[in-house]
Design a binder for this molecule. Structure first.
Ligand code: GAP
Length: 442
């Protein structure tokens, strides 16, 4: 896509996200806070659907995974051990004239300021962790950081899981939670932000078995992107060259996605070796090895880490579902969301707002469907056409209308309208739940 077109698509998604209550600029009434975004009702529903699908695939449906929810603030030594205090930085350059700062590796011309044309100063490393103080004293001993990844909260609990659940290798720990990075240049809506959410797994293996586990998670990552309805042809594997690997990794595949602004990293899968457990053992003085009862050997397990960004998933889902077309001679915008992630599964309307017989039947039906499908909306405001458009824009797969036939005719038929085609079908009330269940893939 050309730059202008890319920007236009991103603008349309951003505007829909705001208009329909998915995502708002963070602290908007104060002029915003760069790199922060607030999720509204439909955004949080979409995000929760994504997180629940992930949790179901990677935790609930497996016997070898231990769920976690570790604290965001950790002892500062955890970040010394992980290498973040010493090395979690991006290259920064500052303009001598306007004093703006840029990420050097994002610039084509590293000598000239892209904003004012001034001279850029020498490149230096900028640590991306948000530093804070814990407690009333502000000295070196009270320093802590907002975690830049959820991973370390799992490594520091490795021994707790061993001691309480006595798992045998291989097993994993999984958690979903916020992470914070003081990005030099947050950009592309929710793609690169300063506060975001991760879904991460630290999977512990006998070093002899790392390759099989790595391959297993390659296919599991693709299975997850299928679960949430991302088009297969838009997800790509990018093998990181040995010279470009992170300090802890012996092999990494980035899973990239075709976003409106180009192909960019969606997820990462890394073979972290025994780097983290050894580093925490060294700094904490606590032994984080594993004893294999059968082989009677003690060793430090190796780690395979699939790491997923929640917000990048939301952007991938929104941008791949965004459609503009013409229906019944009218232009419309809709989100072709997979029913698995759609914030609202079904909407129920009475044909007319001022006919009590219709509204009471529709409200009754709404309550039944809400019980069955959870996220159901009732709407009687404006014309039917306007109500369809509102639901199309939030990606509701089906709208059900209660009309005069519903209350007068045998079998009480309702009209079910399909979001993508606009096709309408008459379904008898007694068959509606099973019809929708089947269509929604439940
Ligand atoms: N524990 C490994 C780790 O954190 P990473 O590649 O730095 O690896 C993992 O981050 C994932 O977190 C990325 O693939 C991306 O989905 C998400 N992510 C990282 N930085 C982000 C940011 N500034 N904004 C939004 N998502 C981000």
């Amino acid at each position: 896509m050309k730059k202008k077109e890319e920007n236009a698509v991103m603008e349309s998604i951003l505007s829909l996200a705001k208009r329909r209550g998915f995502i708002f600029q963070g602290s908007e009434i104060y002029g915003g806070l760069a790199g922060t975004w607030d999720y509204g009702p439909h955004g949080v529903a979409l995000k929760n659907n994504i997180k629940n699908i992930w949790w179901k695939r990677f935790v609930l449906s497996r016997d070898d995974m231990y769920g976690m929810d570790a604290a965001i603030l950790m002892n500062q030594n955890a970040w010394v051990a992980s290498g973040h205090v010493g090395g979690f930085s991006d290259p920064l350059v500052e303009c001598d004239k306007c004093k703006r700062r840029f990420r050097a590796d994002h610039l084509e011309d590293k000598a000239k300021c892209p904003e004012c044309g001034g001279k850029l100063g020498a490149e230096r490393q900028f640590n991306m962790m948000f530093k804070t103080y814990v407690g009333a004293m502000e000295d070196d001993s009270s320093v802590s950081y907002l975690r830049p990844e959820t991973a370390q909260g799992m490594f520091v609990n490795f021994k707790n899981i061993l001691d309480t659940f006595h798992p045998k290798l291989p097993f994993g720990m999984a958690q979903i939670g916020k992470a914070f990075r003081n990005e030099i240049s947050p950009r592309d809506f929710i793609f690169r932000t300063r506060e975001f959410e991760q879904m991460e797994i630290e999977y512990f293996v006998d070093p002899k078995e790392w390759e099989g586990t790595f391959d297993h998670f390659v296919s599991q990552i693709h299975a997850f992107t299928d679960d949430i309805g991302l088009p297969k042809e838009s997800v790509h594997e990018h093998e990181i060259a040995p010279g470009d690997l992170a300090h802890y990794s012996k092999r990494t595949i980035d899973f990239e996605f075709d976003y409106p602004m180009g192909r960019k990293e969606l997820y990462g899968l890394a073979y972290r070796t025994d780097f983290d457990l050894k580093a925490h053992t060294r700094v904490s003085g606590v032994d984080l090895s594993y004893f294999d009862e059968e082989a009677k050997v003690r060793f430090v397990p190796h780690v395979i880490e699939p790491s997923f960004g929640v917000d990048r998933t939301v952007l991938a889902v929104l941008s791949s579902a965004y459609r503009e077309d013409e229906l019944g001679g009218e232009k419309r915008v809709y989100l072709a969301l997979s029913p698995s992630v759609a914030p609202v599964k079904v909407a129920v309307f009475p044909l007319l707002k001022n006919k009590e017989a219709l509204t009471s039947k529709a409200r009754e039906l709404y309550k039944v469907l809400r019980q069955e499908f959870g996220s159901v909306e009732y709407d009687e405001a404006g014309s039917i056409g306007k109500r369809y458009r509102r639901q199309d824009e939030i990606g509701t797969p089906f709208c059900v209308t209660v009309d005069f036939e519903t209350i007068e005719k045998d079998g009480n038929p309702v009209t079910v309208r399909d979001r993508d085609t606009g096709a309408q079908e008459k379904i008898e009330l007694k068959d509606l739940t099973s019809y929708l269940s089947q269509k929604l893939g439940r």
